[in-house]
Design a protein around this ligand. Structure first.
Ligand code: DNO
Length: 344
């Protein structure tokens, strides 16, 4: 597997210089952040990003993410225009030599937590999701502004979009995903770009909005509906694993040959639909990372993998979930397991 690290570009307090010093680090997962969702990514900008990363002898191996315009998820008439743009972005990425693209299909809000700095017993802190707290929360109140959310919407627009989703069932959202895939996958095939949908995080509906990339059945459904290797998934241990009802090894088996990217992180279940993120270790979280990596090897996965969110340790301050230290420890832990497994 190709050990990789997410980097948020120039504004990221974690530098490429430092990332390069993590043992066996090969890939950088990044994106162009200043283009509004739905607009075409110019090939020149992609090449610029790629070259900057290559200066540090790292390789831009995955784009995370090319965002999907809300009109596509809502299935509005205007979606075809945004889908055409998406196709063009895929072509431009291929022209720049990039062949793996992560995206998600979560209505409005990307990953959600109720607290960004919850203390762990060892004095470090991490992201926490408490279902009861999130249930009481109005996402439009401004009380919660998460780093993964697109805050470029005005509150009125946001309210309008959320209202539009009220009439959309899970099946309709799934149909809209399938429609999108039917259009873009032929281009992905032509250009040899592997699309890898990220699961919904957490993998259940929040704020009354539907969510569909949540469990084995739905993954199987979307993979079968558009049955192409280029229609694949990002296997995120922490997102699928937030729901104890999800059997991670079964999901890996179901998606065999269609997993194009892996996010590895651990979570500890702390109550009904509630969890806190921990170090990557099997001894800290509820996820058996060794079993997951072993299974990924068994099905022949050899693609990019990255440590996902880490705790904030050693006094580091930075982007919640995306500091340097604990993700570097995570990468080293994962590499240790992988090297040991490789010896058989
Ligand atoms: C959170 C990430 C997600 C992910 C997107 C992919 O840290 O895993 O924000 O990048 O959902 O589109």
């Amino acid at each position: 597997m190709e050990m990789s690290f997410r980097w948020y570009g120039h504004e990221d307090p974690v530098t490429l210089e430092h990332i390069r010093q993590i043992p066996d680090m090969k890939g950088i997962v990044s994106a162009i952040y200043d283009i509004p969702a739905g607009e075409v990514w110019p090939v020149e900008k992609i090449k610029e990003l790629k070259q900057m990363i290559e200066k540090y002898e790292l390789k831009l191996n995955v784009i995370e993410s090319v965002p999907v315009h809300e009109d596509i998820k809502l299935g509005l008439d205007s979606r075809d225009k945004w889908i055409d743009n998406y196709k063009q972005t895929l072509r431009n990425l291929a022209e720049a030599g990039i062949h793996t693209v992560c995206y998600n299909f979560m209505p409005v809000f990307d990953w959600t937590r109720s607290q960004l700095d919850a203390t762990l017993p060892d004095g470090s802190n991490s992201l926490l999701y408490d279902e009861a707290k999130v249930k009481d929360l109005d996402p439009l109140s401004g009380e919660l502004a998460l780093p993964g959310w697109d805050l470029s919407y005005q509150t009125d627009d946001l309210r309008r979009i959320i209202d539009q989703y009220q009439s959309i069932s899970e099946q309709q959202l799934m149909d809209n995903l399938v429609y999108f895939l039917e259009q873009v996958i032929p281009v992905a095939e032509e250009e040899d770009v592997l699309l890898a949908i990220h699961p919904d995080d957490p993998p259940w509906p929040i704020f009354g909005l539907p969510r569909v990339v949540t469990n084995k059945e739905n993954v199987q459904y979307m993979l079968d509906k558009v049955d192409s290797k280029h229609n694949g998934i990002t296997f995120c241990t922490g997102s699928y694993g937030a729901n104890p009802a999800n059997d991670l090894l079964e999901i890996i088996e179901a998606a065999k040959g269609r997993i194009h990217f892996v996010h590895a992180r651990n979570v500890k279940w702390i109550g009904e639909l509630s969890f806190q993120e921990t170090s990557h270790s099997v001894n800290d979280g509820s996820i058996d990372m060794v079993a997951v990596l072993k299974k990924l090897r068994e099905i022949g996965f050899a693609g990019p993998i990255r440590p996902d969110h880490g705790r904030m340790i050693w006094g580091e301050v930075g982007r919640p979930g995306y500091g340097l230290y604990d993700r570097a420890l995570g990468a080293t832990y994962l590499n240790g397991i992988l090297d040991t497994l490789a010896r058989g």
